[in-house]
Design a binder for this molecule. Structure first.
Ligand code: UD2
Length: 310
């Protein structure tokens, strides 16, 4: 049995990954999640899944769990997942997005615990507002918020641990992930989840800015395939990969596509842009594509699946 630890496993991406792993006969999955954004309803019912409600910021608790269980695979997804939220709560962001992850890798290092691969979810936010597009992993970074600083610092720490202590580590920079199980409840939720919720419930939606900002929207099914591939590909080691669709789409144009799919009209208003927001973002996905497992669900197909799921 391959033993997986997924931090943030009750959340949007973690619960989709859990579902994906259950398709593999030999996976047993332990989820640690404080349910700040996640929901136990997301977690598939299976005797191969163990759920622990706890914060990853409890270092002693997490170290003990790692020592006791000695997982084969570590998937570090738990995070304060919003740039705007990190601007409101910089120190809490640091504790969750950096310190808690450092504690896990330091436990593995200092106690020389064996494992097969550790995956950390970094973010496109590390690229900041630099004008080069599409974003490639070897381009300069510009972390403009505490969120981006912590994601970048943790990514580097993980790659350095891998190199210095010969530990099998891999990081990915997620672009804008969307799809089933995305939680629209917080003002900091992913924009497509908020937009779809507003459309289906007839609630007003605010564009922060004029809607011309662009993002690289990547379907969650492609993201979990990518995480699985990175965990199980030996050459993907001590390195970082963009996880993206490789397409640039404006918020306004994705709003039009959702209106067509739902047959409803968005009640939209326009507010000032959010502090720390970047205007444009899209990725060059050729580095992960070269590994041979990345899938790219076209936006219109992914949106249709998402709409059908709510
Ligand atoms: C996403 C990720 C973040 C980080 C970042 C990297 C989410 C939730 N966040 O942040 O974790 O990886 O990418 O660049 O996926 N917007 C509106 N109205 C709303 C909500 C949002 O106009 O009600 C705008 C928002 O100002 C931004 C765009 O939509 O320009 C996307 O916002 P987001 O919060 O979905 O994602 P982003 O790109 O800030």
């Amino acid at each position: 049995m391959a033993k997986y630890l997924i931090t943030g496993g009750a959340g949007f991406i973690g619960s989709n990954l859990t579902e994906r792993l259950l398709n593999e006969d030999d996976a047993s999955i332990t989820i640690v999640d404080d349910l700040s954004m996640g929901d136990t309803a997301n977690i598939p019912a299976s005797e191969r899944v163990t759920f622990i409600q706890h914060s990853i910021t409890d270092h002693e608790f997490m170290s003990q769990l790692v020592r006791d269980k000695q997982f084969d695979y570590y998937v570090l997804l738990a995070a304060i997942a919003s740039v705007a939220d990190s601007v409101e709560r910089p120190y809490a962001t640091h504790q969750v997005n950096q310190e808690a992850n450092l504690n896990i890798i330091e436990t593995l290092r200092s106690e020389k615990l064996p494992f097969k691969k550790l995956f950390f979810s970094s973010s496109a936010a590390v690229y900041g507002q630099l004008p080069e597009m599409p974003k490639r992993e070897d381009q300069a970074v510009q972390p403009l918020t505490q969120y981006a600083v912590d994601k970048y610092a943790t990514e580097r720490a993980i790659i350095n641990y891998g190199r210095l202590y010969d530990m099998p580590m891999v990081c990915a920079r997620f672009f804008n992930v969307y799809g089933p199980k995305q939680n629209p409840a917080s003002p900091y939720s992913g924009v497509l989840s908020i937009m779809l919720d507003c459309l289906t419930r007839g609630k007003p939606f605010s564009f922060f800015g004029d809607g011309s900002q662009t993002r690289d929207f990547v379907f969650v099914g492609d993201v979990v395939n990518a995480i699985y591939g990175l965990l199980h590909t030996a050459e993907a080691r001590n390195d970082v990969y963009n996880i993206a669709n490789g397409r640039q789409t404006s918020l306004m144009s994705v709003a039009k596509q959702l209106e067509t799919l739902t047959g409803k009209k968005l009640q939209a208003s326009f507010k000032p842009a959010r502090s720390g927001d970047i205007h444009d973002s899209y990725a060059d996905a050729s580095k992960i594509n070269a590994l041979g497992f990345m899938t790219h669900t076209p936006l219109e197909k992914g949106l249709a699946k998402y709409v059908a799921s709510v």
